[in-house]
Design a protein around this ligand. Structure first.
Ligand code: CTP
Length: 400
């Protein structure tokens, strides 16, 4: 699947570097060529000899190695690959990347490259959860860096939690998703997902029961077909999808901004359960109980992101897909909603409590297009996602 592709693999200094040896083996078995780069710290964990033996290539370590510069300058080295993978990406490496530092070979290559970059973070759980690392992560997401992991689990330092580097097989799948030749290769797709939280005061908000599972599954299915996915999510329970660009937002207004910033796109899929209204003037202070009675909240309508994108005059995605949560007359309501919003397709699901769909793992949908309505049998949300992604691929790249 990866034959003819070259990965520039930057190995950072963490105990997880031993797993990177297995990653090199998997990448090569799948047909990729691997150009390894090691930081000074990485060489404390695994030897350049093991890395070059597995990669079958020279290991690059020094920025000022005259032989390297004579053979291949660092700028050229940063451009040889189809994808740059950083595994493990330490807290320090993430900080350097988000700050734009270039003080060794690895960080200089990351600054100089014009190819997509994927990082597989690995560090102690406290370091992962530290506000500085989380801030850096947000910056890296905004810079379009793809992030895989970290996973939860027992760590070499004896603690438990998020911070383990993703397994080499999972990193390989993420690489395949970026470089593989799926029918949606080269297509940009925006997916919105999850609920929005609309603040009432600093501690309270209005939300809904959306878990984000259907949107996450759709983003993953599109990624698996090779799409370049931007996933804009509200505060959802579902674990974030891997190997694609994730933008986390809280409110409908923020979701609109992030969605518009993700355009142009070839397709946009709006699975988010966006709050229709927000509190007009959220209180700066926690609202206290008062003998004068209950607080009165004024609401204003939120922007309808789907309708706005579907009705864009310039830069409208070729395919705009909306979702609708209905509790009765699903087909009729969905058909009317498709027309009202101006989207091409509308996927409606019956969320009446008896179905257990909202927050559950299954879905039963009706797909309304210009050709009419199709009722799909009840199936796992992942299967709905897979079918929908294939339909999107057929629409965007017929016969691919
Ligand atoms: N949507 C949006 N922005 C909003 C509201 C909804 O993008 N402010 C999108 C959702 O992501 C979804 C579709 O519009 O794709 C759902 O539309 P909506 O009219 O909110 O659906 P329901 O809540 O099902 O509608 P109704 O209020 O008619 O029950």
């Amino acid at each position: 699947m990866l034959s003819g592709k070259r990965i520039l693999l930057i190995i950072g200094g963490g105990i997880a570097a031993y797993k990177t040896l297995e990653l090199i083996r998997l990448l090569r078995r799948d047909g990729a060529a691997v150009t390894p780069v090691m930081t000074r710290a990485a060489q404390e964990f695994v030897t350049p000899l093991s890395v070059s033996a597995l990669a079958g290539e020279k290991v690059y370590t020094d920025l000022f190695d005259l032989t390297d510069e004579a053979e291949m300058g660092h700028i050229q080295l940063s451009r040889v690959a189809d994808l740059v993978v950083v595994a493990p990406a330490t807290a320090d490496m993430m900080a350097k990347m988000s700050g734009g530092h270039a003080d060794d070979l690895a960080s200089t290559l990351l600054m100089a490259t014009d190819t997509p970059v994927m990082i597989a973070p690995a560090m102690n759980v406290r370091m992962w959860e530290h506000p500085a690392t989380q801030r850096n992560l947000t910056v890296l997401h905004m810079d379009g860096i793809r992030v895989i992991g970290p996973d939860d689990g027992d760590m070499a330092c004896g603690e438990y939690g998020p911070g383990r580097m993703s397994e080499p097989a999972a990193i390989l799948r993420a690489v395949q998703a970026v470089l593989g030749d799926g029918p949606l290769k080269g297509k940009r797709v925006l997916v919105t997902s999850g609920p929005t939280h609309e603040p009432i005061d600093p501690v309270r908000y209005i939300a809904n029961r959306s878990s984000g599972r259907q949107g996450t599954a759709i983003a993953e299915a599109l990624r698996n077909l090779g799409a370049d996915v931007t996933f804009v999510t509200g505060p959802a329970d579902a674990p974030r999808p891997q190997g694609l660009r994730v933008i986390e937002v809280e409110t409908a207004v923020q979701m609109r901004e992030a969605a518009l910033a993700a355009l142009p796109a070839d397709a946009a899929v709006f699975t988010a359960a966006v709050a229709d209204w927000r509190v007009a003037r959220p209180s700066d202070q926690k609202i206290k109980k008062s003998p004068d009675g209950q607080p009165l909240l004024d609401f204003v309508e939120n922007p309808d992101i789907l309708a706005e994108v579907a009705q864009l005059r310039g830069g409208r995605p070729a395919l705009v897909v909306g979702f609708a949560a209905e509790t009765q007359d699903v087909e009729a309501n969905a058909t009317a909603k498709r027309a009202r919003k101006g989207c091409d397709w509308l996927v409606a699901n019956d969320v009446s409590p008896a179905t257990g769909i909202m927050g559950g793992t299954e879905n039963a949908v009706v797909l309304v297009t210009a050709d009419g309505a199709e009722t799909w049998e009840r199936m796992a949300k992942a299967e709905v996602a897979r079918r929908l992604a294939h339909r999107i691929a057929d629409a965007l790249a017929p016969g691919a």
